[in-house]
Design a protein around this ligand. Structure first.
Ligand code: SAM
Length: 91
């Protein structure tokens, strides 16, 4: 497990969020550790559509996955609130 995925898992285990936003989701590092019975809404945001396609390929069958191709430096993204926002190496 990569260190970032490990940190993400720690945050998930501590917060047990019903929804989570992952800024700079890249290829979905750490999403494999999600308990999909606990976290039923997963929002991934990235500027790179190819990364989002990878996430879709890997995790698209899970219910509750929302992917947004968006430049966070350009404009804010309006999303329903989530108790956990994970932003590893993106800000
Ligand atoms: C170092 S990677 C993130 C690693 C990932 N969070 C992890 O845990 O492995 C940075 C990601 O942020 C995305 N990114 C960079 N600038 C961005 C921006 N302005 N808006 C949205 N995503 C951005 C990149 O495309 C890349 O997928």
């Amino acid at each position: 497990m990569t260190q970032l995925a490990e940190l993400f898992k720690c945050a998930l285990d501590m917060c047990l969020p019903d929804s989570v936003v992952v800024l700079g989701v890249a290829g979905g590092n750490g999403l494999e550790h999600m308990d999909y019975l606990v976290t039923t809404r997963i929002v991934g945001v990235d500027i790179n559509v190819r990364y989002l396609e990878k996430v879709e390929q890997r995790f698209g069958k899970r219910v509750g996955l929302e992917l947004h191709c968006h430049d966070l430096a350009e404009s804010p993204l309006r999303l329903a609130p989530a108790p956990l926002v994970h932003a590893a190496l993106v800000l």
